[in-house]
Design a protein around this ligand. Structure first.
Ligand code: FE2
Length: 374
């Protein structure tokens, strides 16, 4: 089983207090169509828009919201834009993990004085709705953390964005907030990024999975879960490990052409309803053999849900000593085998489904094999 050290006291004081995730920005080839996909398939709602009509001449961004989750989808308008380089290299993917803070200037000072590389120097942006203060630091690959302070702002999203009205508003699917966000880093780089989160961000390592725990007959990976002081923000970090065949992390690194965000886990309180809805709207999920359910109750103990819908949808269950969780993983949401989503419902459990890793990774390997990448 995993090493669970959730109650370990923090070694450092919380010099970087975080209020949670502010938003996640994707750089994509066609933001208009990506926005349509996340609205149609996942039930996100139109929130805001920036582009030539709002005075932004070089790119277009759509902001979508569901529960507390805000996605920003951004496309450059010309090929000589740095965002175009990003898309050419990585395909569609996550560029920005933006964190909500009370003081963006201090967040920048605290992290850069501890060794973070600056991405965006602190700046105050104002419009008729107030002021937003933003700063940013570099993360693994070309990914970045922005620190967003919006306590003196009451606009729809950020200055230069306007409310986005659409006549097409598919229903939400019950997604509430980002539970965790996982990064894939290169060979033997996991501890470097664990140290970064500990030393630079004041996070702590709450869970560790070694390659013995996360391996199938063919491939392996290692993972450490980093959490900030109040536990609002969790970033597991994966690295590939040696196996008989190619690790799924290696496949990601090859096709993303570098390190980056592997999956976003989105929380729901009604996973059967949410996943039924997502499936009917075309979201593709990984499936496990139905034998997975044969000894499920022996393995995890009593669960409130009927087994039949879980089995039909392919929802996985795992437990720890605080409760259980239900989870399911989508296939990659772009043609490169890179970013995917997890849908998770926690019923007490604070862990990440280690009991499902084998079944899950065998499912991923079947897909990898179909792509000729195993
Ligand atoms: Fe996850």
């Amino acid at each position: 089983m995993e090493t669970l050290t959730i109650n370990k006291p923090s070694k450092t004081t919380d010099f970087l207090p975080l209020n949670g995730t502010d938003h996640v920005e994707f750089y994509v080839g066609n933001a208009k169509q990506a926005a349509h996909y996340y609205k149609s398939a996942f039930g996100f709602q139109s929130l805001a828009y920036a582009g030539p009509q709002t005075g932004v001449r070089d790119r277009v961004s759509y902001v979508l919201q569901q529960g507390k989750i805000r996605l920003v989808l951004t496309t450059p308008l010309k090929s000589d834009h740095p965002i175009a380089e990003h898309i050419k290299k990585h395909g569609d993917g996550v560029k920005v993990l933006a964190l909500s803070v009370d003081d963006a200037y201090d967040a920048f000072k605290q992290t850069t004085s501890r060794g973070a590389l600056p991405y965006q120097k602190p700046q105050t942006i104002t419009d008729e709705h107030g002021e937003v203060r933003i700063s940013g630091i570099k993360l693994y690959g070309e990914t970045v953390h922005l620190f967003v302070e919006r306590k003196n702002y009451n606009g729809v999203f950020l200055p230069s964005y306007e409310k986005m009205d659409s006549h097409y508003n598919p229903k939400a699917t019950g997604l509430l907030h980002i539970d965790h966000c996982v990064g894939n880093v290169g060979w033997h780089k996991m501890n470097e990024w664990v140290n970064f989160y500990e030393d630079v961000m004041g996070f702590r390592n709450i869970l560790t999975f070694d390659d013995k725990m996360i391996s199938t007959e063919y491939s392996a990976l290692m993972s450490k879960v980093m959490s900030n002081g109040n536990g609002y923000v969790k970033f597991p970090i994966n690295e590939p490990a040696e196996g008989k065949k190619k690790s799924q992390i290696e496949e990601y690194l090859e096709f993303y052409e570098g390190e980056g965000v592997q999956h976003l886990a989105l929380a729901t309180d009604h996973i059967v309803e949410t996943v039924t809805n997502l499936q009917s709207r075309g979201v593709e999920f990984l499936t496990v053999p139905t034998t997975y359910y044969d000894d499920l109750i022996d393995r995890v103990g009593h669960i409130d849900e009927d087994l039949e819908p879980l089995k039909r949808l392919g929802i996985l269950v795992d437990s720890d000593n605080e409760g259980y969780l239900l989870q399911i993983f989508t296939k990659p949401v772009e043609d490169r085998p890179t970013l995917f989503f997890e849908i998770i419902q926690r019923k007490g459990a604070k862990s990440f489904g280690a009991g499902n890793f084998k079944a899950l990774f065998e499912a991923i390997e079947r897909e990898q094999d179909l792509r000729g990448n195993l």
